[in-house]
Ligand binder design. Structure first.
Ligand code: SF4
Length: 445
């Protein structure tokens, strides 16, 4: 049987799709591209914006057109948050909520007795399917160790779509990292929907810092990256663990969302700009070359031109390395959807464009600061004849070298900047367990 899967949304959704793929592959099913004829089409939906809902339904219609006899199965956040909308869609055969791999398999095989299989994840604790997934080739792997969220920021549908926060026990996380190492991965990205909430639901409860210390002590993998953590949850202890252990990449993604306090309050975020600045300065003091990235929403309801000016000046003044910018769009079912004083769409667009332009400047400036330094880079692929990969502090690096170096960590002397990418010479291959000064094989360029 041939199946095709289309995935919308975030890394966590891509992670879930990769898990579905490996499950169905293990059942002997063959993966097809979504544009090809298949017996089963799965749409892993997103519901972060109204537009994501529309796109999810468009993919279902496309699947039906590609093969009128195929089974069209909807899963993911829209299926979880608004199953009725998909249940009413004539081109859909089954709606399967999050955390129900067994039901999804039955639906794929056409053995499901119900059309809609969705539990209330605010009430029920759906177990997290722990698996290790390589989303980018075979060098870096994502490990989802937390799911759901209990924060209810006013613009966000995730707590309704992905349910209550739940975590994977530290012991299983360490085992999974061992498994990744055995499969040859050189970097693991610890990810979750709300990583800062890690461990609160466990018995006995734990905190992310406990897990990070265990990883520091026991992880055989040389590069560990933390995907995203909310500013108020980045503790001095976490900063000290990352700064104090060579394994952790000096890279933090701290979603700010707005650079203006009144807007942060309306978003129900749990910090203000002074706290955010203090966290950023604390990181830079401990790790001067660390990369700090952020998420920014442009045009949140009630954001006056003056407030946006303050917001812009605030982020401009911070030593940030890059931004992910999201133009605000109304998400039905969130608290903010009821807010008045909306910003005009053209103005939202203008503000988002201004933040993106600033973000590009920050990214190029950050890369430029690396010129002349030695970067430790995990080479992932060859692009336009050069080997490319990310440094530990998340700078994109390109260098000439033999293909055998792919999936190796090397030292690169950074020469010049090309856009937001640094170009340099490989000076040494880093052999795990040998520090670059004494050990490791010199590499002829
Ligand atoms: S912390 Fe806020 S923005 Fe993040 S997933 Fe939870 S509710 Fe959404």
């Amino acid at each position: 049987m041939r199946f095709a899967i289309a995935t919308l949304g975030c890394k966590v959704n891509q992670y879930d799709s990769a898990m579905i793929e490996s499950r169905l592959g293990a059942l002997g099913m063959e993966r097809a591209e979504f544009s090809e004829p298949a017996d089963v089409y799965i749409v892993n939906t997103c519901t972060i914006t109204d537009r994501a809902d529309t796109e999810s339904l468009r993919l279902a219609r496309r699947a039906r057109r590609l093969n009128p006899h195929a089974r069209v199965i909807m899963t993911g956040c829209l299926a979880q948050a608004n199953p009725a909308r998909l249940d009413n869609a004539s081109m859909v055969d089954a709606v399967v909520g999050l955390g129900r791999p067994g039901d999804l398999e039955r639906a794929v095989r056409g053995e499901a007795t119900e059309r809609v299989m969705v539990a209330n994840l605010r009430k029920e604790r759906a177990a997290i399917e722990l698996g290790t997934v390589a989303l980018d080739g075979r060098t870096r792997a994502y490990l989802k160790l937390q799911e759901g969220c209990d924060q209810f920021c006013t613009f966000c549908i995730v707590p309704f779509a992905r349910g209550q926060s739940r975590s994977v026990e530290p012991r299983r996380v360490i085992e999974a990292i061992d498994g990744l190492h055995a499969r040859g991965f050189r970097e693991v990205i610890l990810t979750g929907v709300h990583l800062g909430g890690y461990g609160r639901d466990l018995d006995p409860p734990a905190v992310l810092e406990d897990l990070l210390e265990m990883v520091a002590e026991r992880s055989p993998i040389e590069r560990v990256r933390i995907s995203s953590i909310d500013p108020e949850e980045l503790s001095d202890r976490a900063i000290a663990i990352v700064a104090g252990n060579e394994k952790f990449c000096p890279h933090f993604h701290l979603p700010l969302q707005s650079g203006e306090d009144a807007t942060l309050a309306r978003m129900r975020r749990r910090y203000d700009t002074a706290h955010f600045r203090e966290r950023v300065e604390r990181v830079v003091a401990a790790m001067p070359t660390a990369a700090i990235g952020t998420d920014l929403i442009a045009g949140f309801p009630g954001e006056s031109p003056f407030q946006f000016e303050q917001y812009f000046r605030f982020v401009e003044s911070l030593p940030l390395a890059y931004f992910h910018v999201f133009p605000y769009s109304v998400r039905a079912g969130t608290t903010a959807a009821k807010f008045g004083d909306r910003v005009a769409p053209a103005e939202i667009k203008r503000r988002a464009a201004a933040l993106r332009a600033l973000g590009e400047r920050k990214r190029t400036d950050f890369a430029a600061r690396a010129a002349g330094s030695i970067l430790k880079v995990l080479l992932e692929e060859r692009i336009e004849g050069r080997l490319c990969g990310y440094s530990r502090n998340y700078v994109r690096v390109a260098a000439d070298g033999p293909a055998e170096l792919i999936n190796s960590e090397v030292e690169v002397e950074a020469s010049f900047v090309e856009g937001a990418q640094v170009v340099g010479q490989i000076i040494r291959r880093i052999i795990p367990g040998c520090d670059s000064l004494r050990g490791g094989a010199a590499v002829s360029a």
